[in-house]
Design a protein around this ligand. Structure first.
Ligand SMILES: [Zn+2]
Ligand SMILES: [Zn+2]
Length: 367
């Protein structure tokens, strides 16, 4: 009987429960979980700040596992052969219908109402559909990707969902080759945004965030200039960013802070005609006051939201990670590893910013 850590309701203690061993329907794959992440979304889930969550749930959306069994599945989503024992990850979004107005007309499947997400919008009553579990049941149609040669489970889970969200945010920003980029926030999304912005060919990547340990990681991942949020004033940061951009401001700014106060500052630090991507407001943290004349209209700014990720981000981020592993040491972002019974402590450590990337290892924490 596989065990899983269950979030039964917001603010309730995480409990470990036994689940029946699943029977595999045709097209399904069962994983022995190697690692699953704890991300800011899990903290928001635990605070009850996400709508439409069918508690009880098994949290853990991005995960890496070893194939325990598979039924009528011979390749991953990219065509690579799959067999028992292979180490894989999977796109956490499942059930996008391909038939609704958003899927067909707007071509915006990330707003498809049928879309479900492992570890977030699947109920634990429906089985092992989250990563904080000894086994994960991948329903027919879940998009699986074999971990590319040369990459470890740690390389992938160290970036976690931030890897794919940051990749998506960088693309959404259309960063010009040789351009300047500001990233606000040094959590996993901010770190991945800085890393992919540098890889994409930005001439300068500036990051504002906290705490100091995360800024050191940001430098290793590709940020050129970092500013510690609590030891600089907004005015000091504005002066510094203007000095670094000949007074103009950056071409592209990416908000990965999840704090409304970041938005007016980000717009102020954007050059005229620049692009601002909002990727950090995954939950409703309230409104913010902007001056539409100076910050948007006269500035001729483009403001774009980034909601979730598409499979294309997963596939291409992993390909890039495999190609540039030496420049993208995401395994080093892992701050601590926890067993299933310590999932509650992992959540508390992430909430308190004690660790950047906490990893749940349901079958043992030996890497
Ligand atoms: Zn749809
Ligand atoms: Zn996440």
């Amino acid at each position: 009987m596989p065990k899983a850590a269950v979030m039964s309701a917001p603010r309730k203690a995480i409990e470990v429960r036994d689940f029946p061993s699943p029977d595999l329907e045709s097209g399904a794959v069962l994983l022995d979980t190697i690692a699953s992440e704890v991300c800011g979304t899990d903290v928001h889930l635990h605070h009850g700040r996400l709508a439409g969550v069918p508690f009880p749930i098994i949290p853990g959306h991005v995960s890496v596992g070893r194939i325990h069994a598979l039924r009528d599945v011979s390749t991953d989503a990219l065509g690579a052969p799959l067999a028992e024992g292979d180490v894989v990850t999977f796109y956490d979004v499942h059930g996008t219908c391909g038939q609704c107005w958003y899927c067909l007309v707007a071509r915006q499947p990330n707003r498809c109402p049928s879309r479900r997400v492992y570890g977030i919008t699947f109920s634990a009553d429906d089985g092992l559909l989250g990563g904080w579990a000894e086994q994960i049941y991948l329903k027919p149609g879940v998009l699986i990707v074999k971990i590319p040669d040369g990459l470890s489970a740690d390389d992938v889970i160290g970036g976690g969902c931030g890897l794919f969200t940051g990749f998506g945010a960088v693309e959404r920003g259309d960063i010009p080759l040789g351009g300047t980029v500001l990233v606000q926030g040094a959590g996993p999304v901010g770190l991945a945004s800085a890393a992919f912005a540098a890889l994409r060919g930005a001439a300068r990547v500036i990051l504002i965030g906290a705490p100091q340990g995360r800024l050191d990681l940001a430098r290793r991942l590709g940020a050129d200039d970092v500013f510690l949020l609590e030891s600089t004033s907004p005015h000091e940061r504005e002066t510094a960013v203007r000095d670094l951009t000949q007074g103009r401001g950056v071409d592209v700014a990416i908000e990965a802070a999840g704090n409304p106060a970041a938005v007016p500052e980000g717009l102020r630090l954007l050059r005229d005609g620049g692009t601002y991507v909002i990727a950090g407001h995954y939950t409703d943290v309230g409104p913010v006051s902007l001056n539409m004349h100076t910050d948007v209209n006269r500035k001729h700014a483009q403001v774009r939201g980034q909601w979730g990720t598409d499979f294309t981000h997963v596939a291409r981020a992993l390909a890039l990670l495999a190609r540039h592993r030496d420049r993208l040491p995401f395994a080093d972002v892992i701050g601590a590893r926890y067993g299933l019974q310590d999932a509650g402590r992992a959540l508390a450590d992430v909430e308190a910013l004690r660790v950047t990337k906490a990893v749940i290892m349901p079958n043992g924490t030996a890497a």
